[in-house]
Design a protein around this ligand. Sequence first.
Ligand code: GLU
Length: 295
Amino acid sequence: MKYVGRFAPSPSGPLHFGSLVAALGSYFQAKSQRGDWLVRMEDLDPPREMPGAAKLILETLEAYHLHWDGEVVYQSHRHELYQQQIEQWLSKQQAYYCQCTRKQIKAAGSYYQGQCRNKNLTADNCSIRIKIDAPVTEFVDLKQGKITLPSAIAAEDFIIKRRDGLFAYNLAVVIDDIEQGVTEVVRGADLIEPTGRQISLYQLLGAKPVQYLHLPLAVTENGAKLSKQNHAQGISLSDPIPTLICAMRFLGFVLPKQIETANIDEILAWGVKHWHLEQLPKATQITTLFSNRIS
Ligand code: GLU
C-alpha cells in the first residue's frame, strides 16, 4: 500500500519555525518511504484566520522547495461533506444537539457529562455532539510508543459542530484524512491529546486506522507553543537555508559540514536519505529561540 502523508496547517498566521518543523517532519517521513505528501489548508475557523495567511504559507513552502503532491485541499470548500456525515449520525442518533454552555459544563465538573444526550433537542442555538460509547484511551505513537490518554477526555461526547455553525477540527481532520487516503499522520505533539477522539471517529466510520507520529513541539523559553498569539515570527522566504538547517537540527539530524555549501534541493535530498526515527528526539517539547528571530 502506498504511503500517503500530509501537512495540514491552519492559516491563522504565517508559517513559523514550529510549523516548518511539522512540515519537514511529515515531508521526510513521507518521502523517505517514497510516499505522497499532501498539503491541506485547515481554514475552518475564519475568525481565527489572518487574511492572506493561506497564500503566504503556500509561498513559504515553495520557497523551501517543499513541493506537495496533488492539489491543495481547502477545508472551507468541504462543508457539504462534513454536514452530510453529521446528518447521517443525527439520523442514526449517533450524534445529538446540545445546549450546554462552556460555563455550565465547567460548573458541573470539568468535562461534559452527557447532560443533553437524551433530551432530543432541536437545532436552535445548539452545538452537535457525537456519542462516544467506547472511549479510546490509548494508542501507539511511532516514536513515543504506547500513549495513555486521560479517560475523562476520551469518554466525553465531544463537539463535532459548534453552536456558531463552525465544524469542529476533530471531525474535519478525520473525514479529510480518510477521504484523501492518508495512511500516516505526522504532526506536532500538541495534538497527542485529541488523537483518542479522532480514533473514535475512525471506529464509528468503520475506517481503517492510520499510524501516528507526533513530533517534538518548538516552544518558547517560557514553555509556550510558537503561535500567532505569542508573536512567532514568520520564517524568511528570501534566505531559507539557515532556517531549514535549524529545523533539521531540531528534528535530530546531525548535518555534515559540507551541507552549508549545498543548495536547498541537495539539503532536502540529503534529509530524505538520512531520515530515521531513532535520531528524532523523544521529548514532546523543545525550547527554541527561533521565535525571536527577525524574518
Ligand atoms: N491544523 C492543525 C494545526 O495547524 C493540524 C492538524 C493535524 O495535523 O492534524 O495545528
